[in-house]
Design a protein around this ligand. Structure first.
Ligand SMILES: Cc1cc2nc3c(=O)[nH]c(=O)nc-3n(C[C@H](O)[C@H](O)[C@H](O)COP(=O)(O)OP(=O)(O)OC[C@H]3O[C@@H](n4cnc5c(N)ncnc54)[C@H](O)[C@@H]3O)c2cc1C
Length: 498
């Protein structure tokens, strides 16, 4: 066994693992922010902060004056920007990272998602279509990489490249390494925004802003009402371990045989430990590595590993799960979580090397710098699609795409779901628009939402109207021409699209 580096002694996590993950909210319309097992909340970090100061006014350079600004060049934002640019709007995407793609790019969650859109024949008999379909085809580059082949790393790089190239080809611009910080408001409408950069604060003027930050940051800063949802089920960071001899590990599991009842009970309470029993328990009891780590008193970190990838022999991908009472839009909580996250992943791999057969020569290959989540803030939209709408295959006259959940017929997603209450000059797409269950935030859904938002924003600019006043029929016709699925032939006739 490899010799493990000496680690500083840590306090054994004092938690009630049974209540760790909180209530399942995938399908819930009303949510509780309470997660059991943890005494505190991310909000506690703010309690000691009592001093506020006035920020001195200063003039900042206006570095862009465009029709449409997309804030957040992730899953939804990339498609929104390409759509807006292709429909004639001078478009700029702002992203805090140095590349586009968000969850599918720097987040490394690409494989599966790229083909997810192509591999459900019930939902997409002819592929997802439209700009998302073109994006997926270009990213997989004609290769038959089906969902489950785990081409995450390869596809994440393709996603970053395809995103930039499709945007450039459409005439769009990017502003990378720029962190959106505030909005410029005039008479209740967003007319621009501020971005923090290495050269200081910069301003951008715009006619329409599409909030694709994943946590409705723009809407929130603009004073639009937002809804905060818990992170459950699981925020996390993606990583990969190389040089794994998985066959050796599997043989060791066979040799190990059944776990004792005591070990089984222990593994039940320490979910990520299950594939590494009894070694995870031994390490825990020797104070070597705690498979559940604790952040302050409000969050816990766990590990979830997938089988080795077929595309990268000897490489296994994994992810962390961040459970607890915190809001992914909370900068203080996020910083504290990330402070623990990277040492936790590093020491997890040390534990594997030291204790688990098959991992002696393994090493931590890559860790995404992006802690992303499924919850957080999203807009209070003009219409909020509910779990009942999905169950009942709801039909809306302002449908812009169809969401396929459990029902084969699918539920209409209305244009109003992307329009925030109260504030003009603003739309939202992706998780910033809908982060609630059931899974509206799936990547294909975010991409289709992005497409609709981008086309609508370009139309609003062209006709000099606010996004909420866009002619929905004109929008639907444009989306239909693009190949967006808004229902079967009969329904399209009803909508006046055939
Ligand atoms: C761990 C995990 C696993 C998932 N697994 C799946 C799955 O298997 N299948 C599936 O369909 N979906 C899955 N999802 C859901 C899906 O990936 C997300 O809902 C989707 O990525 C949301 O897209 P988005 O465009 O709203 O946000 P993102 O893709 O996260 O993009 C947001 C972008 O905004 C940028 N940004 C944020 N704030 C600022 C700022 N202030 N200034 C500048 N830029 C900013 C970020 O850098 C990022 O690029 C998963 C999500 C998570 C967290």
């Amino acid at each position: 066994m490899a010799k493990q580096a000496k680690q500083p002694k840590k306090r054994k996590p004092q938690i009630d693992p049974a209540g760790l993950r909180g209530p399942e909210w995938e399908w819930a319309d009303e949510l509780s922010l309470t997660t059991g097992g943890l005494p505190g909340s991310g909000d506690d970090l703010w309690k000691g902060i009592t001093e506020h100061i006035e920020r001195p006014a200063k003039s900042v350079p206006v570095v862009h004056d465009v029709d449409v600004v997309v804030v957040g060049g992730g899953v939804a934002g990339t498609i929104a920007a390409i759509a807006a640019a292709r429909h004639g709007a001078a478009t700029l995407v702002v992203d805090e990272f140095s590349s586009l793609g968000g969850n599918m790019g720097v987040g490394l969650w690409a494989g599966g998602s790229v083909h997810l859109s192509l591999s459900d024949p019930n939902a997409f008999p002819n592929g997802i279509g439209g700009i998302p379909g073109e994006f997926a085809e270009r990213a997989i580059h004609g290769e038959n990489r089906m969902l489950g082949q785990n081409a995450y790393f390869r596809d994440a790089q393709a996603v970053k490249t395809v995103a930039i190239e499709m945007l450039e080809a459409a005439g769009g611009q990017v502003f990378l390494n720029g962190v959106f910080s505030d909005v410029l408001l005039e008479g209740g409408a967003v007319v621009g925004l501020f971005v923090e950069t290495k050269s200081g604060t910069m301003a951008i003027r715009s006619k329409v802003v599409i909030d694709c930050t994943g946590t409705a940051d723009v809407a929130d800063r603009a004073g639009a009402p937002v809804i905060v949802r818990p992170t459950h089920p699981s925020a996390g960071v993606f990583f990969a371990v190389a040089n794994v001899e998985y066959g050796v590990y599997e043989q060791a599991l066979t040799d190990r045989g059944d776990l004792s009842d005591d070990d089984k009970a222990w593994a039940k309470d320490h979910e990520g430990a299950r594939p590494y029993m009894p070694w995870a328990r031994q390490a825990w009891e020797a104070d070597e590595f705690y498979i559940i780590d604790v952040v302050g008193n409000f969050a816990t970190l766990e590990i979830s590993m997938k089988p080795p990838t077929r595309t990268h022999p000897g490489m296994q991908r994994g992810r962390t799960r961040v459970n607890g009472n915190w809001n992914p839009g909370d900068a203080l909580a996020l910083s504290r979580i990330n402070q623990r996250m990277h040492p936790y992943i590093y020491h997890f791999v040390e534990f594997l090397r030291h204790r688990v057969p098959g991992y002696q020569n393994a090493n931590l290959h890559i860790v995404s710098p992006f802690t992303h989540s499924r919850g957080g803030k999203c807009i209070e939209a003009e219409y909020t699609v509910t779990g009942d709408d999905v169950t009942n295959d709801a039909r809306f006259d302002d449908v812009v795409y169809k969401f396929w959940g459990p029902s084969p017929a699918g539920c209409d997603i209305p244009y109003r779901a992307m329009i925030p209450k109260k504030i003009d000059g603003l739309m939202a797409a992706g998780r910033s628009a809908m982060n609630r269950g059931p899974q509206f935030r799936s990547r294909y859904s975010c991409q289709l939402m992005g497409q609709a938002a981008g086309v609508a924003a370009a139309m609003a600019v062209k006709h000099g109207v606010q996004p909420r006043a866009v002619d929905v029929k004109e929008l639907q016709r444009a989306l239909h021409t693009l190949g967006a699925n808004m229902g079967p032939e009969e329904r399209l006739k009803e909508l006046g699209l055939l």
